[in-house]
Ligand binder design. Structure first.
Ligand code: ADP
Ligand code: MG
Length: 215
């Protein structure tokens, strides 16, 4: 069973992501207090509130435009590292579905892959560096592999969420090699990465929302 998502569906899903981030604001900042400057929840909330304010004016626009606008809004509203990282991810995801009023499962694969490419192009992190890429990379691979293997989009999303969760948890035992937390070196062991966690929250919210479209 495939899925068809419209621009309206995306606007509703993006609203849900904004709410999920705001709900987890304190948790994300707590994680960032152990590893960085303690602002990840605040920065994410500022960025996603700005996105939420923009969403009403995106009604009727194509999905590429919606996602590119989300990306540009995150870049321009957030000072911390996550702004340009997630911003570039969403802009690339939007470019992958430029002009489309509807997307299906195979478009979601293109969007996920482009999102990852954007984050990696911007931040140059590898898997194992203890960043959001530790969630994003395995999640995208699991989704792509399941879809290419002929699984339906809903089971592919379940696999993406499971792989993303495992990736997020893998950051607990890693030494940070990227960003602000890399200065703490070995002292980062034992703490889950905030960006890996916010990526998981966005992915899980997206997957749960799409699964509600199952007929
Ligand atoms: P800042 O370090 O500016 O305070 P945030 O607190 O918003 O930024 O985000 C920190 C998160 O950003 C980290 O937990 C990590 O997941 C992610 N991050 C930092 N540098 C990179 C990078 N080069 N590539 C990918 N992700 C990164
Ligand atoms: Mg921070």
């Amino acid at each position: 069973m495939d899925v068809t998502l419209t621009g309206k569906d995306f606007i509703s899903i993006l609203n849900e992501i904004a709410d999920a981030i705001e709900k987890n604001q304190d948790y994300l900042s707590e994680l960032d207090s152990a590893l960085g400057d303690g602002d990840h929840g605040v920065s994410m909330t500022i960025g996603w509130r700005a996105v939420k304010e923009k969403l009403p004016e995106l009604a009727g626009k194509d999905i590429g435009t919606i996602l590119k606008t989300v990306g540009m809004t995150l870049v321009s509203s957030v000072g911390a590292a996550m702004g340009p990282l997630y911003g570039t991810g969403f802009m690339r995801a939007g470019m992958a579905v430029d002009g489309k009023q509807e997307v299906t499962g195979s478009d979601l694969v293109k969007m996920f892959v482009a999102f990852r490419e954007g984050v990696v192009a911007r931040g140059k992190a590898n898997v194992g560096d203890k960043t959001m890429v530790d969630t994003i990379h395995p999640a995208v691979e699991a989704f792509k592999t399941a879809m290419e293997g002929g699984e339906d989009v809903y089971s592919a999303l379940d696999k993406a969420v499971a792989a993303g969760e495992a990736g997020m948890k893998s950051t607990i035992n890693l030494v940070s090699k990227m960003g602000r937390s890399s200065r703490l070196g070995e002292r980062t062991i034992g703490h889950q990465d905030p960006g890996a966690t916010s990526s998981y929250i966005m992915l899980k919210t997206f997957a749960d929302a799409v699964k509600r479209h199952r007929g």
